[in-house]
Ligand binder design. Structure first.
Ligand code: GLC
Length: 489
């Protein structure tokens, strides 16, 4: 194999490995009741108790993910070379020795970080919760940890605890805070896991002798004590704990030790990435929107604005506000949440293109949020697209990677639902300014546009079991104009 081809395949592996791992987890059906060594809250609560526990999260629809850590210093480059892959994986992707990576800590002094500004940004975007990396796979704690000195308070000249500052601001500004914690992979703690990458030890997956050790020692001296700190040092927060990348090391018995801690916080919500057969509360499709959602399950699509979670100085592949907003609407119409990521830089600043897009989303939500928050999924369905039945152009195969028919999304409109209301979010304005519905799940009594301050009634032309709605000639918003149908139930 020639070098360029090897490099191309390696790049592909680097960029897809984490993602496909998460997709594998999502592809699994909901875990059957398992005899967990320690029953988790999901094993013991009633459906009504679960509904009450999940209530705020289900209504929230939109949250902010923050990937921030030492990796924002190299920002995608090491020894003068751009390292392919996601920014927070640079230590693994560039096989950086532990001592060299740890030497980043004394250089980390993000004095421009403002918890106030980040929380205000999330608020102005219309986000209802924040989830920040308390410790990512690099093992560096972004909080005051007595359990391990490799943390932002003890090991950097910054000496501040951003999680504490965020907790204070979230409380003040009325938004919820959750913590991401990499419980299994930790590339600087001896004995912890690493996910395999070509060129690393085939058994331990380590690339530096300093990583070798005993997993249980890591679990008992670092992960569990730090999870305890996170669960107890921030008053009412975290409301969410976001685990990641469980490997075979996270056996049921080991996961059970973590569950014992989680069980002490009965309102906590945690995702499906703890491992050890614990399904958690939320499915976590990563970088994609499930074509039909996951009916009957709570789920959250996490996505980047560009192509990295952790800051990379040269990743400028920012999605448009139109794409981001339509993703949010698409997700809401399928009953999920959108956890949209920002990657602050090594000064603590949010890249301007990310902040701008969030503010634009917030402007739309300030007018149209009623169609998103606390809504139920679509009563229609086919508007989201369909499985491909024919072989289209050769360049777009009709089968997905596993040989199943591919879902071809359609982007004309979406719908969300509330008692006595159906919301239609129109993306492509019909050329004759008539919106046609050929299936009516409820009786419609009147209609108006949500962004029309006077809520002027639109002309309805009933057709048996169908309806034409006369729209103005132009959309009120080129990204999405919300048509509200008042209904009898
Ligand atoms: C992953 C990656 C990671 C990122 C996360 C976000 O699986 O390992 O770097 O934090 O997904 O969902």
């Amino acid at each position: 194999m020639n070098l360029t081809r090897t490099a191309a395949i390696a790049t592909l592996l680097l960029t897809t490995s984490a993602c496909s791992l998460a997709q594998l987890q999502d592809a699994k059906p909901d875990a059957k009741p398992v005899n967990h060594p320690v029953p988790a809250i999901q094993d013991t609560e009633s459906p009504a108790q679960r509904d009450a526990r999940m209530e705020w999260w289900r209504g929230a629809r939109f949250g902010m993910f923050i990937h921030w850590g030492l990796y924002s210093i190299p920002a995608g480059s090491w020894n003068g070379k751009q390292i392919p892959g996601i920014g927070e994986w640079i230590m693994n992707n560039a096989s950086i020795p532990v001592a060299d990576y740890k030497a980043l800590a004394p250089q980390f002094n993000p004095t421009a970080f403002s918890a106030h500004d980040i929380v205000a940004l999330a608020k102005s975007a219309g986000m209802k919760y924040i989830v920040i990396t308390a410790k990512h796979h690099d093992g560096f704690a972004m909080f005051d940890s007595k359990a391990d000195p490799f943390n932002i308070v003890a090991a950097t000249p910054f000496h501040r605890d951003p999680l504490r500052e965020l907790a204070i601001e979230c409380r003040k500004q009325g938004i919820k805070l959750g913590f991401y914690y990499s419980q299994d992979q930790d590339w600087t703690a001896p004995g912890a896991s690493a996910i395999f990458r070509a060129g690393h030890d085939p058994i331990t997956h380590h690339w530096d002798k300093a990583q070798d050790g005993d997993f249980d020692t890591y679990l008992h001296t670092k992960a569990i004590p730090q999870i305890k700190e996170l669960l107890t040092n921030y008053a009412e927060f975290p409301v969410v704990v976001w685990f990641d990348t469980p490997t075979a090391n996270m056996t049921p018995a080991r996961a059970a030790e973590i569950v014992t801690l989680l069980n002490q916080h009965p309102n906590l919500i945690w995702n499906n990435r703890l491992g050890g057969t614990y399904p958690g509360d939320t499915k976590t499709p990563e970088q994609y929107i499930p074509p039909q959602g996951f009916p009957g399950s709570d789920w959250e699509s996490c996505m980047t604005i560009n192509d990295t979670w952790g800051f990379k100085s040269y990743d400028t592949n920012f999605k448009s506000t139109q794409t981001l907003l339509r993703n949010l609407i698409d997700i809401a119409s399928k009953g999920g949440n959108y956890l949209l990521n920002i990657g602050p830089d090594s000064h603590g600043l949010v890249p301007a293109p990310e902040a701008e897009r969030l503010q634009q989303m917030g402007q739309w939500l300030s007018v149209n949020g009623e169609a998103i928050y606390n809504t139920q999924p679509t009563l229609f369905g086919p508007e989201a697209g369909a499985l491909s039945t024919t072989e289209p152009a050769l360049s777009t195969p009709s089968k997905d990677k596993s040989g199943n028919p591919k879902f071809i999304p359609a982007w004309n409109w979406r719908s969300t639902t509330a008692p006595n209301k159906i919301y239609i979010e129109i993306f492509n304005w019909p050329t004759n300014a008539t919106f046609h519905l050929d299936h009516l799940p409820r009786t419609v009594t009147s209609a108006y546009l949500l962004a029309d301050p006077t809520h002027t009634q639109l002309k309805l032309t009933p057709i048996p079991n169908a309806l034409d709605i006369q729209l103005p000639t132009k959309p009120l918003d080129p990204i999405a104009t919300v048509l509200v149908l008042n209904t009898t139930n």
